[in-house]
Design a protein around this ligand. Structure first.
Ligand code: HEC
Length: 298
């Protein structure tokens, strides 16, 4: 009987199936790989852009402080807490009477002297680089995800000593600047340990040379302050890259980005998947074309 005749079992669907499944897998796999690499590269681009934003902020902090030739932190009274690092300190008596007591030109009693000391004002000068560094310390202490620091090949403040990435970046921007590169010559970045390390070149201006020109010509408040005797920080040349703003940012992984996708994206992927399976189903259940063998039996 026809029904039990094995030759009626058409081998076409399975062969057709294989021929469909392979391109379907290629299609889905290719699309998956493309969206994975695309999201990875978008995440990198976005993180580089965040690095640039942080570097812009750092430059602007410096610019703000430069408008005033640095800033002064005021303290009152001789027992006031030191306001961090500073370059110079100017002390003022609150009144001419206090001044006379403190300078010893007027002999007052112990109480008058103590009172004068308690009213005494001190102004601690912080130059722009110091302001930028103190903000960097605050940012790091606050546990912010983006960290930054200022560094150079050799440094005034030992805490600013460059790390391996920063030395690499200093070489890279130096080489690029020597070759007359444009914006690309100003920056350098690398991905390391799930973080983006971004560096922007700091170009010396004539005004920087007052402190960064040479150890001999540096102001006394730099030379005599142990805090700023990191063994270097000199030899800046106007118009040449001399330091770096170095930014470190966590680089999100594509898997974490996928985990945060809105449900609408997954709904769209599901719709595409259903469509693809549907197409496969339609192709597999196509009515079998008559084979020459079955034709012969009719
Ligand atoms: C009045 C002196 C003075 C001037 C002018 C000055 N700096 Fe500095 N600079 C310092 C001091 C002090 C530090 C150390 C700050 C700290 O403790 O982190 C420093 C630190 C730096 C650092 C970090 C590396 C290091 O040496 O510790 C860079 C980079 C830097 N300055 C660049 C510049 C540039 C660029 C200019 C000009 C636009 C400039 N500085 C002008 C005093 C100066």
């Amino acid at each position: 009987m026809d029904k039990s005749n094995p030759s009626r079992v058409n081998p076409l669907p399975s062969r057709l199936g294989l021929r469909l499944v392979v391109p379907m897998l290629l299609f889905a796999g290719g699309l998956g790989a493309a969206s994975w690499t695309l999201s990875q590269s978008l995440l990198l681009e976005q993180t580089i852009s965040e690095g640039r934003t942080v570097a812009d902020m750092v430059e602007n902090i410096g610019r703000w402080a430069s408008q005033y030739g640095g800033v002064h932190a005021r303290t009152v009274g001789s027992s006031a807490k030191m306001p961090g690092n500073f370059l110079t300190r100017s002390v003022y008596a609150m009144s001419s009477g206090d001044g006379q007591v403190l300078s010893g030109s007027r002999v007052g009693d112990a109480t008058a002297e103590r009172n004068a000391l308690d009213r005494m004002e001190a102004y601690h000068w912080k130059n722009p680089a110091l302001v930028q560094r103190e903000v960097a310390d605050v940012v790091a202490a606050a546990g912010s995800k983006a960290r930054y620091r200022l560094t150079a090949r050799t440094v005034l403040n030992r805490n600013n000593t460059p790390d391996a990435f920063e030395r690499e970046a200093l070489d890279a921007v130096q080489t690029a600047a020597d070759q007359g590169g444009g914006r690309a010559a100003q920056e350098y970045w690398r991905v390391s340990g799930g973080r983006l390390l971004y560096a922007r070149s700091v170009v010396a201006q004539a005004s920087c040379l007052r402190c960064h020109g040479s150890a001999e010509s540096a102001p006394e408040f730099i030379r005599t302050n142990a805090q700023f005797n990191g063994g270097g920080g000199y030899g800046y040349v106007e118009g040449k890259p001399s330091g770096l703003i170095s930014v470190a940012l966590p680089l999100p992984h594509a898997s974490s980005a996928f985990a945060k996708l809105p449900p609408a994206v997954w709904a769209a992927v599901a719709a595409a998947g259903i469509g693809a399976l549907w197409l496969l189903g339609l192709a597999l259940h196509r009515p079998a074309a008559p084979t020459p063998a079955s034709d012969a039996r009719r």
